[in-house]
Design a protein around this ligand. Structure first.
Ligand SMILES: [Zn+2]
Ligand SMILES: [Zn+2]
Length: 190
């Protein structure tokens, strides 16, 4: 195994039950795609818990979950914040040479899910015929699911724009002149 999350297809073919993966993405992979200004990458962990299995016609299925613990600063109050993100994945890697063929988007003749009634979408990706590399797909899924803003808590009050007080810790005098409370207070006055 030369590279993490990269599996030799010839080896995979020998394993009828497939391969169980439970592994963390190394920091250098995370550094490669998580915005370093936004995340404290040293304290982020991303773990893949998945089952990789070979199907007919060199199709390779992978189903599981990407569990992310992302360390960052709250967008409102700038205090450290941890964000937990679970991304379920279900993907079918097809041979590269089929990429240009007119493929059905969801190959229906393949039994890739034994829990019947599960209508979850199957993603399609590609392998080069020798190796299946999960990293590009994992990156893509994580980037797709990253929230635009992370808060330390849902009702974080943030920092006062005027005096800089962290309003989670202390109320400040300026609060009442803020726009959203202004009309309300005006109604109550005189
Ligand atoms: Zn906050
Ligand atoms: Zn203030």
């Amino acid at each position: 195994m030369s590279k993490l999350f990269c599996y030799r297809i010839r080896e995979l073919q020998k394993k009828t039950e497939g391969i169980l993966i439970k592994e963390k993405l190394p920091l250098d992979v995370l550094r490669d795609f998580l915005p370093s200004l936004e995340f404290d990458i040293e304290h982020c962990t991303v773990e893949l818990d998945a089952h990789l299995v070979m199907h007919q016609r060199d199709y390779i299925g992978c189903k599981g979950i990407i569990q992310c613990t992302l360390s960052t600063n709250c967008h409102r109050c700038l205090e450290p914040a941890l964000f937990l993100l679970d991304i379920p994945i279900q993907v079918l890697f097809l041979p590269q040479w089929e990429q240009d063929d007119s493929l059905p988007k969801q190959p229906k003749d393949l039994e890739i899910d034994d829990t019947s009634g599960d209508e979850s979408v199957v993603d399609v990706s590609f392998h080069d015929g020798e190796w299946v590399d999960l990293v590009p797909y994992l990156k893509e899924q994580i980037l797709l699911m990253l929230p635009l803003q992370i808060f330390c808590k849902e009702d974080c009050l943030g920092i006062c724009q005027k005096c800089g007080t962290n309003r989670n810790e202390k109320a400040c005098e300026c609060e009442q002149t803020e726009l959203h409370s202004f009309s309300f207070r005006l109604g109550g006055a005189s």
